[in-house]
Design a protein around this ligand. Sequence first.
Ligand code: FES
Length: 80
Amino acid sequence: MSDEIDLSSLYAMMRPKKVCLCKSVTEAQLVAAIENGCDTMEKLVETTNASTNCGTCSGSVRAIFLREMDKKKSEIPNAQ
Ligand code: FES
């Protein structure tokens, strides 16, 4: 048995996962854009360029947007 570490696999695991492969946009970039004021899908798409090519990622981008907006709502006292 080898104790060698496969560095390419390790680097691949450490790389941020891309949500939008066409425009190379990560989940962290989407979350940051939402935190910085993108409070509509249109603003998020315009700011990050995610989901502006093939559209395969649009469901994932929308899911992240809705999740983050729910988090923001729950952080506001007395928000419904
Ligand atoms: S994967 Fe996002 S537009 Fe193609």
